[in-house]
Design a protein around this ligand. Structure first.
Ligand SMILES: CC(C)(COP(=O)(O)OP(=O)(O)OC[C@H]1O[C@@H](n2cnc3c(N)ncnc32)[C@H](O)[C@@H]1OP(=O)(O)O)[C@@H](O)C(=O)NCCC(=O)NCCS
Length: 193
C-alpha cells in the first residue's frame, strides 16, 4: 500500500535516493553522462533536508511511501518562477500570484505505472487549490517519454523552449493546467489507492 503525505526532514535520505536513481534512469542519453555520474546521494540528501526545513511554506514536498520500502516517489511545487512562466496566454497574466509550478515529480523506475505519479500530482494540485492557485504548469525535456504521462493526466502542451545547460542544448516542452479545481476532480476520481 502506498501512502501519500507531506515530507518530514527524515524523508530527505529517501527522497535523495529517488531523485538520483530516477534521474540516472530517465535521463540516460538525454543528459551528459558526467552530470548523471556526478550526482551524489549525500549532496541531494543535504539539499532536500534544507528545502524541507526552510522552505516548507513556499516549496512543499509531498512523498509517496511504501510500507516495506520507504520513499518511492515525491513531488515539490510552489509559486511559478518568473523565468519559467510561459510568455503569452493564461500563464503570463497578473503577477503570477495564482499560478503554481510543479518543480519536480519523480517515481522510482520499479514503481512507475502504478498510479503513484498521478496521486502525487493530484496532491500537489490539491494543495495549490487550497493556497488559492487557479492554474499550474511544468517544464519537461521534450525527448523524455515521461512527457506522455502529463498528456494522460490532462496537461496541455502550451510552450517550447531551448536552454543551454551543462554545455548542451536542451529542448523542453511546457504542460499547463488552466483549471486546477477541475484537474483535482479528474485526477482524484482515478485514485488507485
Ligand atoms: C513521469 C512519472 C512521474 C509518472 O509517474 P507514474 O507513477 O509512472 O505514473 P502513473 O502510473 O500515475 O500514470 C498515470 C497514467 O499515465 C500513463 N503513463 C505513465 N507514464 C507514461 C509514459 N511514459 N508514456 C505514456 N503514458 C504514461 C500511465 O499508463 C497511466 O495511464 P492510465 O490513466 O491509463 O492509468 C514517472 O514515470 C517518472 O518519474 N518518470 C521518470 C522521471 C521523469 O521524467 N519525471 C518527470 C520530470 S518533469
Amino acid at each position: 500500500m502506498t501512502t501519500i503525505g507531506l515530507a518530514t526532514e527524515r524523508a530527505a535520505v529517501g527522497i535523495a535516493k529517488v531523485y538520483v536513481d530516477t534521474w540516472r534512469s530517465a535521463y540516460a542519453g538525454l543528459l551528459p553522462n558526467r552530470v548523471l555520474l556526478g550526482m551524489s546521494y549525500e549532496r541531494q540528501s543535504r539539499e532536500w533536508s534544507w528545502v524541507i526545513k526552510n522552505r516548507a511554506e513556499v516549496q512543499p514536498v509531498i512523498v509517496a511511501a511504501e510500507a516495506n520500502r520507504g520513499i518511492v516517489g515525491f513531488t515539490s511545487f510552489g509559486l511559478s518562477r518568473v523565468t519559467d512562466r510561459p510568455p503569452g496566454g493564461p500563464f503570463a497574466t497578473d503577477s503570477g500570484k495564482h499560478i503554481g509550478e510543479i518543480y519536480t515529480l519523480y517515481v522510482r523506475p520499479e514503481y512507475q505505472e502504478r498510479g503513484i505519479g498521478r496521486r502525487l500530482l493530484a496532491s500537489a494540485f490539491g494543495a495549490m487549490v487550497q493556497k488559492g492557485y487557479s492554474r499550474s504548469f511544468l517544464w519537461v525535456l521534450r525527448d523524455n517519454p515521461s512527457r506522455y504521462f502529463y498528456e494522460r493526466v490532462g496537461g496541455q502542451p502550451i510552450a517550447q523552449r531551448r536552454e543551454r545547460l551543462w554545455g548542451c542544448t536542451l529542448d523542453e516542452t511546457c504542460y499547463g493546467w488552466t483549471d486546477l479545481t477541475q484537474a483535482v476532480d479528474r485526477l482524484g476520481s482515478c485514485e488507485t489507492g
